[in-house]
Design a protein around this ligand. Structure first.
Ligand code: SAH
Length: 246
């Protein structure tokens, strides 16, 4: 069974009216050729899912009435922050899409010494659009956040209180051997921070700085992975390890 068509309302849905604009309205009207009376699923990033009926189609705008709403939680049972030095071009889209699918709560673009791509406003808007597209497809009702880009040393200093922080670096002990404990408590303890470096790798100072601040260095096997492969592997590997411990 194919998943229901889901549309994203960029403004929070209040009451029983909803409006779709921009690419969402365009897709519904011009690609699916939806007509008044058709029913669709909406989400607005609040965690709720809405069943709505198209009432009116105007130029570039679709007005709907909300028939029902339900809280449907498809999030991980902990906050997962992925800090990553962004790859270039199309590989950014792939990274964002997979991070959304895997349940990452927030993606932090990292500025490391050897980082090449820095997200300006235009890039951020594009990444945000990828988040929406992936959420439509995978059924998430909360959007993965895209944080402001952060300098690695500042980020490491700001995350000192988080119990579980792992960064990937070739040659380090494998994820399972690194001896970390899955998140157990509440609040901050239910946070996991993961980091992946730039294509040119971390500098020795960046590795040493992170380790000194309590970050654990983990390896992902004998092959050198692209940034986006490393990110997906690290997230999936750690999530599997946490699942295994209940
Ligand atoms: N020449 C670089 C490779 C960087 S790969 C170096 O030797 O460090 C880009 C990023 O992906 C790395 O900074 C690391 O975070 C992650 N990565 C890639 N392959 C990895 C591996 N086998 N083990 C751990 N991390 C890896």
């Amino acid at each position: 069974m194919s998943p229901p068509d889901r549309y994203f309302s960029s403004s929070p849905i209040v009451g029983n009216q909803a409006v779709l604009i921009g690419p969402e309205a365009h897709h519904l009207v011009h690609v699916l050729r939806a007509k008044p009376g058709s029913e669709v699923t909406l989400f607005d990033g609040s965690g709720l899912e809405y069943l709505a009926r198209i009432e009116r189609i105007d130029r570039g705008e679709v007005r709907l009435s909300v028939l029902s709403r339900e809280a449907i939680d498809r999030e991980l049972p902990y906050r997962l922050t992925l800090a990553v030095s962004l790859p270039k071009g199309d590989r950014q889209k792939w990274l964002v899409e997979k991070a959304v699918e895997l349940g990452v709560t927030e993606l932090v673009p990292l500025k490391a010494a050897r980082s090449v791509a820095q997200p300006d406003e235009q890039v951020r808007a594009r990444l945000q659009r990828h988040v929406v597209e992936a959420s439509k497809q995978c059924g998430r009702n909360r959007l993965m956040g895209i944080a402001d880009s952060a300098d690695w040393f500042a980020f490491v200093a700001a995350t000192r209180d988080v119990p579980l922080r792992l960064f990937a670096h070739p040659g380090a002990p494998a994820v399972r051997q690194a001896g970390w404990q899955p998140p157990t408590g509440g609040g901050h303890d239910r946070s996991v921070y993961l980091a992946v470096g730039p294509e040119g790798g971390w500098t020795p100072e960046e590795v040493a700085g992170a380790v000194a601040a309590g970050w654990q260095c983990v390896g992902l096997g004998a092959r050198i992975l692209r940034i986006e492969t490393a990110a997906v592997y690290l997230v999936a590997r750690v999530a599997a390890e946490i699942d295994r411990h209940g």
